[in-house]
Design a protein around this ligand. Structure first.
Ligand SMILES: Cc1ncc(C[n+]2csc(CCOP(=O)(O)OP(=O)(O)O)c2C)c(N)n1
Ligand SMILES: [Mg+2]
Length: 346
């Protein structure tokens, strides 16, 4: 017998969804704060790239240059006492956005005892439980399930917190992401799924790898609303965070934020970057650099060249001090090989 046609799906537009975000109306002080944080991430990452080249940093190292507005804009909206964050291996910027001391982050990169994971995690495995920052993960997509667990924890203990789980456009094609979406919506978990769509997963562009490349729609079959955001504009990022947080805090379940961004550097320090042209990268830098954008807004608000230069000098000094510290502070004691190792079952 022929099947009767399925009833038409309720279009998502008829369901309640978060309000369309507006650009955040920042005061001059807030704008300066965004600028300083983004510039710190940029200069820190440039220095990390240099230290890698000099052999001070071993293993993998993924830089966040170009994506600064995402972490700074979103995390500036969080409640530091309650909310949690989890991300993948491109994690230095997310830590700096919290205001964590650049020295302990750089010392982690160089594998020193003073590093934030005591030199045993390196670039991809940084944690700060003090800030409710749960890493730093090298398995693509794993942080989405772990983040869903963090959100379950927030709900279970009724602590009012929201989890911000960042992942990439490549990770968005991982199976566990969709198992997580299902549980998160089913149980109305307090989580914002942040897809940092920097257009590439290693050397594969999002259009080449994704049947649905409008990634904010990836939650449709789970009834999770999605919002596409200009991830090169820190005010748009903050504005989107405000709407997403209001929705999630009201107990309405998860939201997906697709942040349209771009990474200027290779996937990692060992990427030959043969899959895109220099012109493509330069074009984005020239047209939509997130730091230049805020610099122009500050200039329009009367912040002079001299003030901007002073900020730049201060940040360079901070980063140089972090690098000096990371090069000279001691490596972990050999006995550390036997600490933080799980030997029991649990
Ligand atoms: C489960 C798993 N598969 C493959 C890899 C290898 N790998 C590391 S990063 C990466 C690309 C991920 O790209 P994306 O999610 O877009 O994040 P981005 O690097 O752009 O931040 C791949 C395939 C991995 N680490 N884990
Ligand atoms: Mg990517």
């Amino acid at each position: 017998m022929a099947k009767s046609p399925a009833p038409p799906a309720v279009p998502l537009t008829n369901r309640e969804r978060p309000a369309d975000p507006k650009p955040f109306e920042a005061t001059k002080e807030q704008l300066l704060d965004f600028y300083k944080h983004m510039l710190l991430i940029r200069r820190f990452e440039e220095k990390a790239g240099q230290l890698y080249g000099l052999g001070f940093i071993g293993g993998f190292c993924h830089l966040y240059i170009g994506q600064e507005a995402v972490a700074v804009g979103l995390q500036s909206a969080l409640d530091g006492d309650k909310d949690s964050v989890i991300t993948g291996y491109r994690d230095h910027g997310h830590m700096l956005a919290y205001g964590i001391d650049p020295k302990v982050i750089m010392a982690e990169l160089t594998g020193r005892a003073a590093g934030i994971s005591r030199g045993k995690g390196g670039s991809m495995h940084m944690f700060s439980t003090e800030h409710k920052f749960y890493g730093g993960h090298g398995i693509v997509g794993a942080q989405v399930s772990l983040g869903t667990g963090l959100a379950f924890g927030h709900k279970y203990s009724n602590d009012g917190g929201v989890c911000l789980a960042y992942f990439g456009d490549g990770a968005a094609n991982q199976g566990q992401v969709y198992e997580s979406f299902n549980m998160a919506e089913l149980w109305k978990l307090p989580i914002i799924f942040v897809i940092e769509n920097n257009q590439y997963a290693m050397g594969t562009s999002v259009n080449r790898a994704s049947a649905e490349d409008q990634l904010y729609r990836r939650g449709e079959s789970f009834r999770i609303p999605g919002i596409q955001v200009d991830g090169m504009d820190v005010l748009a990022c903050r504005g989107a965070a405000e709407e997403a947080l209001a929705w999630v805090r009201a107990g309405k379940g998860p939201v997906i934020l697709e942040m349209k961004t771009y990474r200027y550097r290779g996937h990692s320090m060992s990427d030959p970057a043969k899959y895109r042209s220099r012109e493509e990268v330069q074009g984005v830098r020239d047209k939509s650099d997130p730091i230049e954008h805020v610099k122009k807004l500050l200039e329009a608000q009367g912040v002079g060249e001299a003030d901007l230069k002073t900020i730049e000098q201060e940040i360079r000094k901070t980063v140089n001090e972090a690098a000096d510290f990371a090069e000279s502070t001691p490596e972990p004691d050999e006995a550390e090989l036997y600490t933080d190792v799980l030997v029991e079952t649990y």
